[in-house]
Design a protein around this ligand. Structure first.
Ligand code: HH2
Length: 258
């Protein structure tokens, strides 16, 4: 899944693809590099990000969804039911839902649904998150939501541990280390797992040189290493910026690997 943020303020690529025409070009580039899905988002979820009014989010994402959906599978990265429904009407077939609350929209329109775990909202999520057992607690919540979605009739369900969403660096590493547990729990329920680590802050912290965290443009190696790790542990989709390199990794460890 290639990341396409049509926003001025996303942590990783904010402002680069804010104009719909630039976003569509970038989407096509990722398809050429081997992306199976393009994830279009119009509201940043980075810690401290300002909420975006619905009308503005629609203006940002709809032209991009419409143009790309004719060429590739498009997912809509939103927490607003009306934005998801409008994107579906223009061809999106997957709702990437960082709130894990939008299964009724996916059920109503018979599309796939990604349930991502998070604690709090972008404004509050990094205020001292704590868990007794992060892997068990994340798994439990995701299974609860996926059971509700399945009961409502959603057939394609993806569970995502929500790396960086209300988690410390230690929590993120524990979730990656324990990813097989989530994969097994998901597969018992007929769901699959996806993971997004690309360019996230914890990679900068882990790779710190003499206490200085790596900057955004220095997190490629960590992004690739963790994507390959996640695929090797059974994740069947990874959400990334660097599509070509990740596709090379998928050849080695992904579904259908030798
Ligand atoms: N991470 C981000 C956004 N959406 N969706 C899923 N399912 N999983 C994730 O890990 C995930 C996500 C945050 O990254 P990014 O889109 O690069 O930045 P921003 O939220 O600032 O737009």
């Amino acid at each position: 899944m290639g990341i396409l943020n049509v926003t001025p303020d996303s942590f990783s690529d904010g402002g680069r693809y804010h104009r719909p025409a630039d976003a569509v070009v970038r989407g096509r580039e990722m398809v050429a590099e081997g992306a199976d899905v393009i994830d279009v988002g119009g509201e940043s979820t980075r810690p401290g990000a300002d909420p975006v009014p619905e009308a503005e989010e629609l203006l940002r994402v709809l032209p991009v969804v419409e143009a790309l959906a004719a060429e590739v599978r498009v997912s809509i990265d939103t927490t607003k039911p009306a934005v998801a429904a409008a994107a579906i009407a223009l061809g999106a077939t997957l709702v990437n839902d960082v709130s894990a609350m939008l299964w009724p929209v996916a059920a109503e329109h018979a599309v796939g649904w990604v349930a991502m775990h998070r604690r709090g909202t972008p404004a509050t999520m990094q205020r001292d998150p704590s868990y007794d057992d992060v892997v068990a607690e994340v798994t439990e919540l995701l299974l609860e939501r996926s059971a509700a979605a399945a009961a409502a009739g959603v057939e394609e369900i993806w569970l995502d541990p929500g790396i960086g969403f209300g988690k410390t660096t230690e929590h993120n590493l524990q979730l990656l280390a324990g990813l097989s547990d989530l994969v097994e729990a998901a597969s018992r329920e007929g769901s699959r797992v996806m993971v997004g680590t690309s360019r996230k802050r914890f990679l900068g912290v882990c790779g710190a040189v003499e206490g200085e965290p790596l900057a955004l443009d220095e997190r490629f190696e960590g992004s690739l290493a963790t994507a390959v790790w996640a695929m090797q542990r059974g994740a069947q989709m990874v959400r990334v910026h660097d599509v070509a390199a990740t596709v090379e990794g998928a050849v080695l460890v992904g579904p259908g690997a030798p």
